[in-house]
Design a protein around this ligand. Structure first.
Ligand code: SF4
Length: 272
């Protein structure tokens, strides 16, 4: 007979990798909100120049660069966009470009065939529906091919200062889980949790700062808690299960090259 409840049988505990361990401690919503806002204030002091790392001169360039950045690094995108925008500087010229010309201009990044198709089609729809301008509207943006909610909220925030939602990428998901602000495992759920904790006007800046913090200090699997400005507010500070070792603290990681202000000033194509 198989053992069952009441026979002293206990199923083995499911293994959870460190990054997925539950980190949110019991605290009231008000206390968590206070902590989130204190974290945001300290990050603002630590990273006053954090900004979007994608080079762009106007909303159209930002939209295209953000579309190209899916599943590739900002630095890789910054390497191809100067050449792309020199040939196709606006929606009208991009809409009239041949597929081969756009493919050739962005061939250095991942998924370039699909991205070239989406960028051309999005440009065509911008001309057809919005006079060639990037609309200041979330629904109109997500109606474009290759534009999801994450891309749309990032463009609205950076290009127009509109806070339609918090943008959650891999750094935002990982670092906010470590901070214990939410246990969400999906970007959408994390965005909703953070939007309930942080004032709307600070959503965009918080995202840029967390991304820079994730590249410079709260490095994946090697957090530098001894160098962290928010360690006293973090639920994973100095936790070996989160990958912390004292050796981490003095190592400036390669990912620091992706810092938004450094990418802007010292990226391979130089300032624009
Ligand atoms: S204390 Fe450590 S785990 Fe927490 S945010 Fe800072 S670097 Fe990351």
């Amino acid at each position: 007979m198989r053992p069952g409840p009441g026979d002293g049988f206990r199923p083995a505990k499911a293994f959870k990798p460190p990054g997925l361990r539950r980190r949110v401690r019991r605290e009231s919503l008000e206390a968590r909100r206070e902590r989130a806002r204190a974290i945001a204030r300290r990050l603002a002091r630590a990273y006053p120049r954090s900004t979007c790392a994608l080079r762009h001169r106007d909303p159209f360039e930002l939209l295209v660069a953000t579309m190209l950045s899916a599943q590739t690094t900002d630095l890789a995108v910054n390497r191809v966009t100067p050449g792309l925008f020199a040939r196709f500087p606006d929606a009208r010229s991009m809409a009239q470009a041949s597929e081969g010309a756009v493919e050739q201009a962005i061939a250095g990044i991942g998924l370039w065939r699909a991205k070239a198709r989406n960028v051309r089609e999005a440009a065509r729809l911008l001309v057809e529906r919005h006079g060639g301008e990037v609309p200041r509207d979330l629904d109109a943006l997500v109606a474009l091919p290759g534009v999801g909610r994450k891309t749309a909220t990032a463009v609205l925030s950076t290009a127009f200062g509109m806070h339609a939602g918090i943008t959650v990428d891999t750094h935002m998901l990982r670092v906010n889980r470590l901070l214990g602000l939410s246990d969400a495992r999906e970007p959408e759920a994390m965005a909703r949790a953070l939007e309930a904790l942080l004032p709307r006007r600070g959503w965009g800046a918080y995202t840029h700062r967390i991304i820079d913090h994730g590249r410079l200090v709260c490095v994946a699997n090697r957090p530098r808690c001894g160098a962290c400005p928010v360690s006293s507010l973090c639920h994973s500070a100095f936790d070996p299960a989160a990958g912390y070792r004292a050796d981490n603290d003095g190592v400036v990681p390669a990912s620091a090259k992706g810092l938004s202000w450094l990418a802007w000033e010292t990226g391979p194509a130089g300032g624009r």
